[in-house]
Design a protein around this ligand. Sequence first.
Ligand code: NAP
Length: 353
Amino acid sequence: MGRAGVRPRGAAVTDRQWVLARRPEGRLRPDIFSLQPQPASDEPLAPGEIDVALRLFLCAPTMRNWMDPPGNSLYPSVPLGAAMLAPAGGRIVASADPERPVGADVTCLGRWQGRLRLPGSETLLVPAGLSLVDAMGRFGINPLTAWFGIHRIGALRAGETLLVSGAAGSVGSIAVQLGRLAGARVVAIAGGPEKCRWLTDVAGADAAIDYHAGHLSEAIARACPGGVDVFFDNVGGSTLDAAVDAMNRMGRIVLCGQIAGYDGTGMRGPANMMRLIYGSITMRGFLVGDFAAEWDLARADLKAGYDSGAIVYRDDLREGFAELPQHFCDLFQGRNNGTLLMMADPGAREARA
Ligand SMILES: NC(=O)c1ccc[n+]([C@@H]2O[C@H](COP(=O)([O-])OP(=O)(O)OC[C@H]3O[C@@H](n4cnc5c(N)ncnc54)[C@H](OP(=O)(O)O)[C@@H]3O)[C@@H](O)[C@H]2O)c1
């Protein structure tokens, strides 16, 4: 997802777009967005540009950070009145890029809008034989994030104990299963008994902790009597604090995400830093893009897992451009089961094919 994609573009044919009307304050609400007509443009495409009919939008928690005012140079900040940035995919309807013909599907950093013009070089072609849903879902950035977090950052080994937070989600559910396949004992943290049941009964976690049910540190200590060797953290905040207390010497903390801090409460480091020092514990952040050169390798491994049934993948595929903000907010209420993908209407179900 290139930073260059953040630049506003003179996109568009008559269509619709969701613009950021207000900055969020506290818990995210769908009414900070406003549905507007997308301004039309009949300018010819510049050399190398393509015009994409966007059909599928990935709801990624980090997009909440992009709604904040400019300031943190790490994030793009969506200007007020501009269409919301989002990982997206669609079909090319006009092309001045010889490598990207009309009719091909691409993924990109897009916007919550119907049409998008951008340089073809800022998009990735969906390989022949793969549906757009699979390209953005089971082979998309979330399972890849789990793969690199487990194998490259966590360097998980057989016989170790892996703890995963946000474990029933898109990234977390794959991290749990990769951990099991690596021969680790896997303990999963998620919100609610239903998600916990799915984690033990379907994803194969050795134990699951419902963090809504009580004291998290005590529950981790009970579920991990031998301590934790690798903590794959999607959540941060008090969850990270509780896990730090359970880490074994030479343990590794995989900083994948901080969703507990995205929604207005702010992000902070763990309170017990001395535990990291005395335990010689590594805490390392990463971005899935750091490993782009190895994506094909990871995809091949994931494919083998899906094909053999060793990895169960869930996408939470919903329909309706007009309801995009509402569905996006569900991520912060735990109301998604797996990768939350929104199909634009109408007829985007073909993106499944
Ligand atoms: N580093 C990277 O390159 C990279 C790439 C992709 C994603 N990520 C990160 O990976 C994490 C997971 O993303 P995802 O797309 O897979 O989302 P997801 O886990 O499918 O959905 C978000 C889940 O987070 C949990 N959650 C929401 N608010 C919470 C809170 N305040 N405290 C604790 N849990 C909360 C909810 O599950 P419960 O019901 O269990 O609470 C919710 O279902 C995010 O932090 C994201 O930013 C990082």
